[in-house]
Design a protein. Structure first.
Length: 457
């Protein structure tokens, strides 16, 4: 389901209207005219969706395992139930694509939009010039303005795949940050921040041993100032972000309270992690990107198809728009139908990001490769002649160049453990070499049961 409009009615309206009709029927209101009247009122007054939806927003976020912390749960609950709320999330364009971690925030905004709330997408053209120190062991690389602006344009295009952009407020904080007078900013904003409290917050505390620059110390002030500006100019009452942003978000709430006495709120969402606590969305090749030029659609699909069994339901809840009722049924069947549900989950997430047609192609390729050993469909890596010495290339080099390992020592370890097959034969000879002729027709390398690459020359 997408937040796009078709024939004047968005999918969400039709969906919620059907729920309302069933709810009315359950309440024994069987008069056809009453049903049509209720249906008409729902369509006519979309601003009341937040009051009429079957499951309340905060209940949905909790049930999906999205909520981490809130600055006043009951007040936020009341706010979302009784008002059309303006909510913002900030995205720093430090890369040229969103990654899987961003998908949690994008889908959370989509859920908010479908409940009838107003979304502000704030792109950090100003804050990205400093870089958020949260969860980083060292200072981020300093980006040029040109790079930042290019990244913002790519972010906007990707965000439009998930959100109804015509109903969003799209902003760039460079508009108000880059023209600030530094002395005035310190006098008006800096005076409200305690350095002792800042250094005690998670986003800075973890950096004290490795080194924290004064340059980065400004980041919290700038993000807090964003919230102040949005509250003043757009009546923004709530900021939503990942749990690693909690200190920065609370600082914004506190700044607004001190400056203009307004009541605002922060909601943090859980980061996407595996069942054993590792951050999800990383492979040997690096991050899983939403841009198909950086992570192929097949690799994207296959990443989710291959996740641990214990993470399947979490991904259904956090990364799909499938109803919680259906997900509960899946949870009951997970032990019996693990592979089928992994396939469905990977397909749903890939559909959201790349569209149903591309997801279907990735599903078909995966089934052919792993079902019938149709190696014509396997992703290929071209090995340059430069890597051959005396017309030969070592198996350890080949595995590394294929992307299945990061180093020759890791290649060696995989071979010793029996984790590498070449053309369906387990390799035990770690001194084995291949000639150029061998690669002309392609060599299929498997790492375990899930990673497969065809090397050609």
């Amino acid at each position: 389901m997408r937040a796009t409009r078709r024939c004047g009615l968005d999918i969400f309206t039709i969906f919620c209207s059907n729920i309302l009709i069933f709810k009315i029927l359950d309440a024994n209101i069987k008069t056809y005219n009453n049903i049509l009247t209720f249906y008409f009122l729902f369509l006519k007054y979309p601003e009341k969706r937040h009051c009429w939806c079957y499951m309340k927003l905060m209940e949905e976020l909790e049930a999906r395992g999205l909520l981490a912390q809130t600055s006043g749960y009951n007040e936020i609950l009341d706010l979302f139930e009784n008002e059309k709320v303006t909510v913002y999330t900030g995205f720093d364009p430090t890369g040229d694509s969103f990654h899987v971690g961003h998908l949690v925030q994008l889908l959370t905004l989509l859920r908010l939009q479908r409940f009838g709330h107003r979304i502000v997408c704030l792109f950090g053209g100003g804050t990205a010039m400093i870089g958020d120190p949260s969860a980083k062991n060292e200072m981020r690389p300093i980006l040029t303005k040109e790079t930042i602006n290019k990244n913002i344009e790519k972010f906007k295009m990707q965000a439009a795949k998930f959100l109804d952009i015509s109903q969003c407020v799209i902003l760039n904080n460079a508009e108000w940050l880059c023209g600030l007078d530094y002395i005035d900013f310190l006098r008006e904003i800096g005076i409200h921040f305690s350095v002792n409290r800042m250094l005690a917050s998670e986003c800075y505390k973890n950096r004290l041993n490795s080194g924290l620059t004064f340059f980065e110390l400004n980041y919290m002030l700038m993000q807090s100032y964003d919230f102040l500006i949005l509250n003043k100019n757009y009546d923004c009452q709530v900021q939503i972000g990942g749990s690693d942003q909690w200190s920065n978000m609370l600082a914004g709430v506190e700044l607004i309270r001190k400056k203009n006495k307004n009541k605002t709120y922060a909601i943090s969402t859980n980061l996407l992690t595996t069942s054993d606590g590792r951050k999800m969305g990383k492979t040997e090749k690096g991050a899983i990107w939403l841009d198909s030029q950086k992570t192929s659609i097949y690799d994207f699909y296959q990443y989710f198809r291959n996740i641990d069994d214990g993470d399947v339901i979490k991904c259904f809840k956090m990364l799909t728009m499938i109803s919680l009722e259906d997900i509960e049924n899946y949870e009951c069947d997970i032990e019996k139908n693990t592979n089928e549900l992994k396939e469905l989950m990977a397909f749903e997430i890939t559909s959201l990001v790349h569209g149903c047609e591309e997801a279907s192609k990735a599903l078909d390729v995966s089934r052919k490769i792993f079902g019938k050993k149709d190696y014509e469909q396997v992703p290929q890596v071209n090995i340059k002649y430069d890597f051959f010495k005396n017309d030969e290339i070592k198996i350890t080099d080949l595995i590394r160049l294929s992307g299945l390992s990061k180093s020759n020592s890791e290649s060696l370890r995989l071979i010793k453990q029996g984790g590498i097959t070449i053309n369906d034969l387990v390799i035990t000879d770690y001194g084995k070499c291949f000639k150029e002729e061998d690669l002309k027709n392609g060599i299929v390398i498997k790492k375990g049961k899930k990673r497969i690459i065809k090397c050609v020359i």
